[in-house]
Design a protein around this ligand. Sequence first.
Ligand code: ZN
Length: 290
Amino acid sequence: MKLCRFGPRGAEKPGLFDKAGRLRDLSGVIPDLGPEELAPASLRRLRGLDAQSLPEVGGEVRLGVPVARIPQIVAIGLNYEDHAIEANLPIPAEPATFLKSISSLNGPYDEVMLPKGSEHSDWELELGVVIGKTARHVREAEASAYVAGYCVVNDLSERFNQKQRGSQWSKGKSADTFCPVGPWLVTADELTTPNDLDMYLYLNGVRRQTGNTRTMIFNVPELLSYVSRFITLHSGDLVITGTPPGVGEGVKPDPVFLKAGDELRFGIEQLGEQTHKIVDWRPIAPEECP
Ligand code: ZN
C-alpha cells in the first residue's frame, strides 16, 4: 500500500493511493495514520480493504508527513563510504547515530525554510524506515518484521551549526522544516528490496546526488538491530539511514549551499519524489509549526 496524509498542515486526513494512482480517503476507516494504525494487525486490516470502495479525493490537495505523531527520529550518519570521504570524516566502525528533532518534520512539497542567518544549509537525501512495532535488541534476521514501511526523507543540515558549535550534531539537523518526509509511505510488504534502490537529487535542475541503497556500509536490518540495542524503537518512529555522496559541502572546488529561491527535487526508486522551494527564515506563528 501507498499510504499518505492529505490536507492543510495540522488538519491532515489519512489516505491511500490506489493501483491507478488515485488518492482515496481513509478517514472513514481510521482516524489518522499514526503509531497505532501502523501496527501489523492494523495494516493487515487496511490491506483487506477494497480501495475502489473508498471515496476518491479530487483536485489539487496538499500532502503532509505520511505518518502522524512520529515519536522520534533516529538518524544514522556517514553510512555511505563515499559520503564519509567527502565529509572529511573517518569511515565509521559502528553506525554513527544521532537524534533529529521531531519539530523539523515537513511535508513532501512544502517550503524548506533556512535557519536564521544560515549560510551553510545543505541537503541529504535518505531512505526513511518507519517502525511498526516495539523493537528492543532485535536480531538482524528478524529486523525486517519490525518495519511498517519506507519513504523518502531529506536530512537537511546546517553545516556550521552541525560542526562548529561544539559536540553533537542535533543543532545542525533540527531546524523547522528540515525533515521533509513523503510523498507517501510504501508498506514493507510491497517493498521487498530496501537494500537495492536507486536515489537521485537535483538542485535547480543540476544533478547533485546519485546513489543506491546497496552501497550502504550498514544495511537496513543491520541498522535496526544495532540501534535497538541502545534505543528502544516504537511504532511510528522514523529511522533515517544516511546519505549517498553529493552533498553541497563536498562540491569541489567550492562548496554549494542552499539559498532562498533554490529548488530541490529528489526521490528514491519505488518511493516517489519530493520538490521544495527554499525560502529565507522568517518569524512564524506557533500554529504554523508542523
Ligand atoms: Zn543524514
